[in-house]
Design a protein around this ligand. Sequence first.
Ligand code: TRP
Length: 378
Amino acid sequence: MAEDLKITPWGVSGNVQDKDYDKIANEFGAKIIDERLLKRIKDVTGDLHPFLLNGIFYAHRDLDLVLDDYGKGKPFYLYTGRGPSGEMHLGHILPFMFTKWLQDKFNAELIIQITDDEKYLFREIEDRDLKEFTHNNIIDILSLGFNPDKTHILIDSEHSGILYNNAIKVARNITASSVKAVFGLKDSDNIGKFFFTSIQAVPAFILSYLKNENIRCLIPYGIDQDPHFKLARDVLPKLGYYKPSAIISKFIPSLQGSGKMSSSDPNSVISLNDSRNTVRKKLMKYAFSGGRDTAEEQRKYGANPDIDFSFNIFRIMEDNQSKVSSIYESYKSGEMLSGEMKSIAAEKISEFLDILRSRREDVENNLDAYMFDEKKFN
Ligand code: TRP
């Protein structure tokens, strides 16, 4: 990995460039999703989500095993999560869209762990703030339209009984020295951090535990979460469970085109409550453009869509691939100008945000239907 690049679940330092991702996956020991695997997925799903077509979800661990089992009629379940630290932005919500796609295509049960204890341990955040963020984050996620019969929100502070009783089984099999090695924790770090990975490992076997029968788990996550699951894969077989499988994503880039979309820089994010006008203004003002400096040069030489924020966000949000290709061509050839590209992306984003907002109230009134409940699995 590049010297200045450091990726752990609680921070990314240095600028992750697209070329670094393969190296990161290799160093972590994950595999790249190749054409063969894409084809295997497509054979089941019928089409490929733009996140797969565009290499956003680009690496995996034992995805083949999940597909093997599925092909034999054995179901698997999905598990993903969110550690509330503030309001969610576009970069946070997009990966959940992909999880929803997987859930729909494979008709899978899904556990969403809300680690409302995580940022308390890892950042200077007070309890009170977390309650409100947690509530809002859950509604934001569910507004994507998850199926209430198959989606189970597991909240650390509320479902602490089952979590704790299983976390200690994991904790007994992890030493302080391996946590230090995998996460770079030090003796001066608080001991809650050392324990935390055991809490995050539990949902990776919770259905097998409840059903008393092994069922594979596939976890979609951003590459920064990999250290947790690397450890979980060592431990779970010792408890009699399968190693969890993973499908792993790159970060959603910031408006400026490099680095990840991060709340610490408000100019780098599209927030979920940004109005149409604000989305438009942010893109016009801050979105990194692969276009030329003047309209004249642009007409003459064309743009580089591959490094253009607006094009890139558009292509991962648009299902219609022939539309994406034709926009690519006309932007690249100089027929389309940067301003038009930005308008197209702004429109796509706003449409999506409008849909989320239109569903919030219903979701909020129906929250109980989505809450994790052991009894549903017995
Ligand atoms: N640690 C994650 C975060 O900081 C939240 C999380 C918990 C998670 N379990 C997960 C993310 C499983 C992906 C997959 O947001």
